[in-house]
Design a protein around this ligand. Structure first.
Ligand code: HEC
Length: 135
C-alpha cells in the first residue's frame, strides 16, 4: 500500500514536470518576432523621450549630457549613489536627473515613460556584463 502511494506521488511529480516543460515551450518564431517588435517600439519611445526637451520644464534634454545614453552605466545598478546617499536603482537616478538638470517631475516606477527610458538605456548598453555595485 505504502509503496503504491509513493509510486503515485512520483508519477504525479513526473506528470507535472511534463505539463510544465511543455508549457514553457509554447511559443513560435512568430511570437518571438512580435515580442521583439513590441520591445523595440518601447525602446524607440524611450529614445524619443531621451532627446526631447518636453520631458522636463526647462528645455534641457537627457541627450545633451548623455548622448546615446553615455555615462548612464545601467549595468552597475543597484549601487550606492552619493547624490541620493543610499543604494539606489537606475530609475532613482533617472528621476534625480529629471528633477535636477531637467527641473521636471519624477516618474512612478511603472509609468510607461519610465519603462521606455529604462528600455532605451539598457538597449544602448546591451552586451555589457552586469557589474552591480561597481563605480
Ligand atoms: C546637465 C547635464 C545632465 C542632464 C541634462 C542629465 N544628466 Fe544624468 N547625470 C548628470 C550628472 C552630473 C550625473 C552624475 C554622475 C554621477 O556621479 O554618477 C548624472 C547621472 C545620471 C545617471 C547615473 C549614472 C551612473 O553612472 O550611475 C543616470 C542613469 C542619468 N544621469 C540619467 C539621466 C536622464 C534619464 C536624464 C534626462 C531625464 C539625464 N540624466 C539628464 C548630468 C546630466
Amino acid at each position: 500500500m505504502k509503496v503504491l502511494k509513493i509510486f503515485a506521488g512520483v508519477l504525479a511529480v513526473l506528470l507535472a514536470g511534463l505539463v510544465f516543460s511543455a508549457q514553457a515551450d509554447e511559443f513560435t518564431k512568430k511570437d518571438v518576432e512580435r515580442w521583439q517588435a513590441e520591445y523595440m517600439s518601447v525602446v524607440e519611445k524611450g529614445r524619443g523621450l531621451w532627446t526631447s526637451p518636453e520631458l522636463g520644464t526647462n528645455g534641457v534634454a537627457c541627450a545633451q549630457c548623455h548622448p546615446n545614453a553615455a555615462n548612464t552605466h545601467p549595468e552597475t545598478y543597484p549601487k550606492f549613489q552619493k547624490q541620493l546617499g543610499k543604494v539606489a536603482e537606475l530609475r532613482q537616478m533617472i528621476n534625480w536627473c529629471l528633477q535636477h538638470p531637467l527641473e521636471g517631475a519624477e516618474l512612478a516606477a511603472d509609468d510607461p515613460k519610465m519603462i521606455a527610458i529604462e528600455a532605451y538605456v539598457n538597449w544602448e548598453r546591451r552586451g555589457v556584463p552586469l557589474a552591480p555595485g561597481k563605480h
